[in-house]
Design a protein around this ligand. Structure first.
Ligand code: CA
Length: 169
């Protein structure tokens, strides 16, 4: 399982690098956005852990550019920004999940497992499109509007006497 960790804070990067390595993940580290993007485009990772505030290129921009070429790689966004707008921006940029600092390492591991599991379960081989089938398409009669009831009064019926009476006064 190969992970790219893009994090510019040395203490956080070192802590995550050590923790993930101890869990058996192969971790590549990038300390700025540009290097992160270069690595993400050069190597096929099982997951990206992306800090949002990065020198060079923001985590959001890295996320967008990675997504433009790889729709499938799971991306977990890390940030000190806990505002709703920041979370929405991260998810809109293509992140699959979002973790606000400070977070418990166990939670990061759990989210990582969930993302990777979702990815490994997801790619079913594309099946030929069979829609519409005769079974799913209603018979033509179901689409027909119900027959309109015939006029209650034949057209050649003379007016009632009250009708003519009111007209002639
Ligand atoms: Ca940062």
């Amino acid at each position: 399982m190969r992970i790219l960790l893009v994090e510019d804070e040395p203490s956080v990067a070192a802590f995550l690098y050590q923790g993930l390595s101890e869990q058996g993940y192969a971790v590549d580290l990038a300390a700025d956005g540009l290097l992160g993007l270069t690595r993400a485009q050069a190597t096929r990772y099982d997951c990206l852990i992306l800090d949002q505030l990065l020198p060079g290129l923001s985590g959001l921009e890295v996320c967008r550019q990675v997504r433009a070429h790889d729709a499938g790689v799971p991306i977990l966004m890390l940030t000190a920004l806990g505002e709703m707008d920041d979370k929405i921006r991260g998810l809109d940029a293509g992140a699959d999940d979002y973790l606000v600092k400070p977070f418990a390492f166990e939670e990061l591991l759990a989210r990582l497992r969930a993302l990777v599991r979702r990815r490994t379960e997801a790619p079913a081989p594309p099946r030929p499109c069979t829609w519409p089938t005769s079974a799913s398409t209603p018979p033509p009669s179901a689409w027909r509007a119900p027959a309109r009831p015939s006029s209650s009064r034949p057209a050649n019926l003379p007016c009632s006497s009250t009708c003519c009476a009111t007209k002639t006064g």
